[in-house]
Design a protein around this ligand. Sequence first.
Ligand code: ATP
Ligand code: MG
Length: 398
Amino acid sequence: MIAITANNFYDLTKFKHTIHRDSVFRNIEVLDFSYVPDKLYMRNDIINSLIYSFRRILTDNNSSTNCLITGLPGSGKTTIARYFAKHFRQSALESIPDFHIEFFNCLRFRRNDTIVAHLSKKYCHSSGKGYASEEFWIILLKKLIYSKKYLFIILDNIDYLPRKDLLQLLCLSESFGHQNVRISFLFISRSKQWDYYKNQDINQRIYDLIKIKPYSFKEAYTILKDKCELAFKENVISEDLIAQLAQIVSERKNMRYGIKYLRKLGIYVDKHEIEKISFEMLNEIPKEFYFEYSEALENLKEHELLTFYSIITILSNPKITTTEPIYIEYQNVCKKFKKKPHVIMVLRRHIRSLAKFNLVKTEVIGSPRKGRYNEISLSYDPSGIKKEVEMFLNQKLG
Ligand SMILES: Nc1ncnc2c1ncn2[C@@H]1O[C@H](COP(=O)(O)OP(=O)(O)OP(=O)(O)O)[C@@H](O)[C@H]1O
Ligand SMILES: [Mg+2]
């Protein structure tokens, strides 16, 4: 029988005390992914390019233009776009007092209709229902001219929008004339997704394409140091530790890892009622958040991806496997995707790469004398991701 004692209940005095306990954070908001920094470091050239792309809105009779930013995950695309739009608006207000920024993440707004419904409500005071999307744009464009409003629309993760919907947006100024379209678009897409998504019709209608490089160690260090100064109280984190995080960011080519680590470390010391973050804590905080497999997938080479696909195919049934069955499945998969399989020695290397990305777990079983073999397993259900991996394979090899 389980004994129920007073200790099984959360002490509500402690509850209150914990909420109000001192924190190492000065401003945790700085570590939110949606945070737009006051100072944007290391992206002067990109901001300059954006100014040159869009300044014609102000100098050329409020005409319409567009630009696309591409780059790897966590290279700062969304942050740069939001930062630019905010400051561009401040300059624009001098000549266009009714200058509006609209931000749509196409992960959520997956069709033009949903974008139209939002704009319709806000700018045409109607639900947009009953209009064909083309009709709506005509009404909106007339409204914007009549009320001297201007819309600067950011469409993030544009590759989630059907191609025909993006084409409709891109054709607005062709259809109605540049001077009649008081809307400009800043599109954002991850580079690999864009390469798969783009077609000739779309490409021809994008005026400027800005490619963002991932942050180097030095750049990552400067950004993380600034974040720490804003986010934490004094002396909470050492410069060496910031350098270590900058190293992780530059190796993984993704700023998110640095930011996530800072957040997790801050919460970890708060939870343990410690006042400083130490080096050892890097190993203490849970590693599972490394596992962002769609980011990892993007970094895999062709045969690593084929190997991964083989492993998740096999592990739909048994939970653990070894190199030999994987090799048999890998040869089948290579045949299916018309690729020449590598030899088993090289396959072992691919499995090691997958383990480095935390996509699979490997464990050496046995002793040197009796013989060793590798056990390969997954820490998640492969059925949920098989389709996505297949899509990645088609993108990469198609
Ligand atoms: N130059 C910068 N200065 C300050 N913070 C930055 C900078 N670049 C990126 N960050 C921070 O890094 C994180 C990731 O940036 P962001 O979300 O803009 O990347 P992204 O390229 O849009 O990634 P994804 O493709 O995953 O959407 C955010 O928390 C952001 O605040
Ligand atoms: Mg983004």
